[in-house]
Design a protein around this ligand. Structure first.
Ligand SMILES: [Zn+2]
Length: 212
């Protein structure tokens, strides 16, 4: 309960505020005119619970004005009866259900994301390297797309920048890319072997590569 004088939170069993000393005693007048008390808030709550007092009674706090008992108790921040303990226990079951449902949703979402990542993978994903007429050919496949392709020859290195047009590998295991006079084609003959042709300025260079 709250002390009406200093607002301190004090035990319901007190007749005097433990902080400021103000009286918090209740005198009760029943509907048939009986005067009872003084009582602590705790005692009034107990009498209400066992039927010795009724909510139709009036009460005076510390000898003050007579007001309806429920109003006086509410003014002290006190309940008009003991807190029902059954309700508190009952609310735990839905909390467990909510926790379980949340856990299932999190696990379910994780599985969906994992399946999506797996679905985007292709059997050719990885780093590949090989040879094309004496030049070293290297490329990388990720999620079924050719990410990078480079030809390292005696005349220098040519890195093909696909930009956003990364060639996708078809169901038959083939891919193609053209950009001006550059034509690149390839076929995966197995999960570890690929071959193709690289054409630039009219010169064609066949290449073969293996997965690293
Ligand atoms: Zn006080």
């Amino acid at each position: 309960m709250n002390c009406p004088n200093c607002q301190a939170v004090i035990p319901d069993k007190l007749l005097q505020c433990s902080r400021c000393g103000a009286s918090v005693a209740l005198t009760v007048a029943t509907a048939d005119g009986q005067m009872l008390g003084p009582y602590s808030v705790h005692a009034v709550q107990r009498f209400l619970a066992d039927g010795r007092l009724s909510l139709t009674s009036s009460a005076s706090l510390a000898g003050g004005a007579w007001r309806p008992l429920p109003e006086v108790l509410a003014g002290l921040g006190a309940a008009t009866g003991p807190a029902p303990q059954v309700r508190r226990r009952a609310s735990r079951a839905p909390a467990i259900i909510v926790t379980l449902v949340c856990a299932f949703l999190v696990v379910g979402a994780a599985i969906v994301i994992w399946l999506c990542v797996l679905a985007r993978r292709s059997p050719y994903d990885g780093q590949w390297s090989g040879d094309g007429g004496g030049a070293r050919v290297t490329f990388r496949v990720r999620y079924g797309q050719v990410n990078s392709f480079s030809i390292e020859g005696p005349e220098g290195t040519h890195d093909i920048d696909f930009g956003p047009r990364r060639p996708a590998i078809s169901e038959e295991g083939a891919f193609g890319y053209t950009d001006g006079d550059l034509i690149l084609g390839g076929t995966f003959t197995s999960k570890t072997e690929a071959e193709g042709v690289y054409t630039r300025t009219g010169e064609s260079l066949p290449w073969t590569a293996r997965r690293e």
